[in-house]
Design a protein around this ligand. Sequence first.
Ligand SMILES: [Zn+2]
Length: 116
Amino acid sequence: MTQIRRSKREHCPQCDSVAMLNYVHVSPGEDAEVFAECSECGAFVARYTLRSYTCDDPYRSYLRHMRTRGHDSGALARKSAEQFASKLWDDYAEVKQLVAEDEEARHLEDLLGETP
Ligand SMILES: [Zn+2]
């Protein structure tokens, strides 16, 4: 079965704005949560539970991730970090292109329900 990749921006359910404030909540022993709030009207938009996090420096994120799992060092780790960063930037570009060309119109909950 072919899975179609779809992308959309988060929209405010009250005013349809796509401008969001993200509040990150970290509790010991629990998955971190992000509460999205509309920056235009202040409405609650969504809560995300994080499984992983990548910052604007993907090498740092990758190395931190590997430290917690244990990983080969040296050239292999460097190559893996480069592949991780390359995939991040490719995925980011694809998401933005999908939104620009044909943004998903369905509610995000419906999209997430499609994922096996
Ligand atoms: Zn709003």
